[in-house]
Write a protein that binds this ligand. Structure first.
Ligand SMILES: [Zn+2]
Length: 191
């Protein structure tokens, strides 16, 4: 799945959470950093791919990606599994604690936003042709639907012509159906 689809899926998941879940109040800085963390989380599992969208965003990213590639065992290995989810959870939490003196934001909110991004990545890759090795190191790639031929390829017409526009429609529906809750959240919870 392409980086922009992953970002849009993570954004959709966040919109759904903001629309339906009772969130506490937070500063504008927290909301902004959480939004960024959500986007980064959505791209994080593809850290194992030197051509991944995350690497395109940083200078010398392609080289860095190539160096890290063997550590992650190649594309769609440990970073695309339950173990990987725990790994991202622990590392990002430690990182946030480390920078909490410099970056004054609600770490808990930012961490959840990041993890929603990571989880949405793994779930959405499960619907693609290659599937996801959820149970790594058990070398079985799982997919929905289980029949591989029914799943779509990255960058295919199904992804660009159906999934991507479908997600935009889903967002429009969320903002239409829950506009009162979302406006209420922005008005009263963002300080
Ligand atoms: Zn992926």
């Amino acid at each position: 799945m392409t980086g922009r689809t992953h970002d849009l899926i993570a954004f959709t998941a966040m919109s759904a959470v903001v629309a339906t879940q009772p969130l506490g109040s937070m500063t504008l800085a927290t909301a902004f950093v959480a939004f960024t963390a959500n986007m980064l989380g959505a791209l994080a599992p593809d850290i194992d791919q030197s051509t991944g969208a995350l690497w395109k965003k940083v200078r010398f990213g392609a080289i860095l990606g190539k160096l890290l590639y063997p550590i992650f065992g190649g594309h769609r290995h440990i970073s695309h599994s339950i173990l990987g989810l725990v790994f991202f959870g622990v590392v990002s939490k430690l990182f946030l604690i480390l920078i909490s003196n410099v970056l004054i934001v609600d770490i808990e909110v930012v961490w959840w936003a990041f993890m929603i991004g990571v989880a949405s990545h793994l779930i959405s890759d499960t619907f693609t042709h290659s599937g996801v090795p959820w149970l790594f190191p058990i070398p079985v790639k799982l997919g929905i639907p289980p029949i591989k031929a029914l799943r779509f390829h990255t960058g295919s017409f199904v992804e660009k012509g159906i999934v991507f526009p479908g997600l935009i429609l889903a967002n429009m529906w969320i903002f239409y159906a829950y506009h009162k809750d979302i406006i209420e959240f922005l008005r009263t919870n963002i300080k």
